[in-house]
Unconditional design. Sequence first.
Length: 94
Amino acid sequence: MIGVAAVTVAIKITGEVDSFSLDVADGCARRVVTLAEEAGVKLTKAGAAFPYGNDPRDRNIRLAPTFPTLPQIRQAIELVAICVKAMTRDPDKR
């Protein structure tokens, strides 16, 4: 059981965004990426920031926007946050 009651994402984007990593609860990254894709947001493969794409804890998601507008980035991050919340509230769906 994960002891996370809520996930809060607060992002202030002030310039160009190249890429950054998001660490979620262990065992959740692949499912978060799948949920986001099903909702219309394409993310890089879970663990992509690790050698050979192998994240032993399945918790890292590399976020690398490709020419989106700031409103598109905000919308995508909000959707990713919803996917993370879904996984932390229902760990049995991993």
